[in-house]
Write a protein that binds this ligand. Sequence first.
Ligand SMILES: *[C@@H]1O[C@H](CO)[C@@H](O)[C@H](O)[C@H]1NC(C)=O
Ligand SMILES: *[C@@H]1O[C@H](CO)[C@@H](O)[C@H](O)[C@H]1NC(C)=O
Ligand SMILES: *[C@@H]1O[C@H](CO)[C@@H](O)[C@H](O)[C@H]1NC(C)=O
Ligand SMILES: *[C@@H]1O[C@H](CO)[C@@H](O)[C@H](O)[C@H]1NC(C)=O
Length: 167
Amino acid sequence: MWTVILLFTLFTQSTSSYCNITSLYPTQFLCREVVVDNISQSAVNCTSDRIVSVPCYPRRGVICGGVAYDGDTIGFYKNVTCRYVNGTRYHYGVALGLSVFFGFLGLDRFYLGYAAIGLLKFSTMGFFLLGHLVDIILIGLQIVGPADQSDYYIGYWGPVLEGVEIN
Ligand SMILES: *[C@@H]1O[C@H](CO)[C@@H](O)[C@H](O)[C@H]1NC(C)=O
Ligand SMILES: *[C@@H]1O[C@H](CO)[C@@H](O)[C@H](O)[C@H]1NC(C)=O
Ligand SMILES: *[C@@H]1O[C@H](CO)[C@@H](O)[C@H](O)[C@H]1NC(C)=O
Ligand SMILES: *[C@@H]1O[C@H](CO)[C@@H](O)[C@H](O)[C@H]1NC(C)=O
């Protein structure tokens, strides 16, 4: 039955007083794909709220919000979740490597921008090695990330443990 409805909406002109993602059927518009930055491997214009908005184009013949669309005109925007990465500055692999091999010196914490905790680890041999182990787990699971609230740079094939990777 849904197929029939979808085909019906696809091949008939339809009118809706609003133009948005809930007022139109999925077949009545196309949204542009998220543009992925080659260097950071994350969505261009991703905000610190982990949202990027992409334009959506109602198909030719769709009338909504009092406008007859031609298929090439932006009708509304759709929010997509994304990873908020500070370029390649905080590399997940580097952070984890520093944590495993130099965690007792606090180098992992310095690298991620937590200077105070880094100094504390440095002067206590990683909280007497307990903090060393705890930080390996926290960084390994990406519970602790960069101090600037950004996400780790991971690269295309890396393990993404939180957030959504945009392909
Ligand atoms: C979308 O349009 C509907 C009416 O069709 C309205 O009730 C709803 O609030 C609108 N949603 C947004 C996010 O603007
Ligand atoms: C990103 O890489 C693709 C293919 O590798 C290339 O076609 C595109 O031009 C690049 N974009 C930028 C902004 O460098
Ligand atoms: C990113 O934002 C700039 C400035 O608002 C805009 O000109 C550009 O088209 C946006 N790029 C993408 C891929 O959304
Ligand atoms: C998209 O997200 C922004 C906040 O980043 C919000 O102001 C806006 O209303 C959202 N748009 C839609 C269509 O949900």
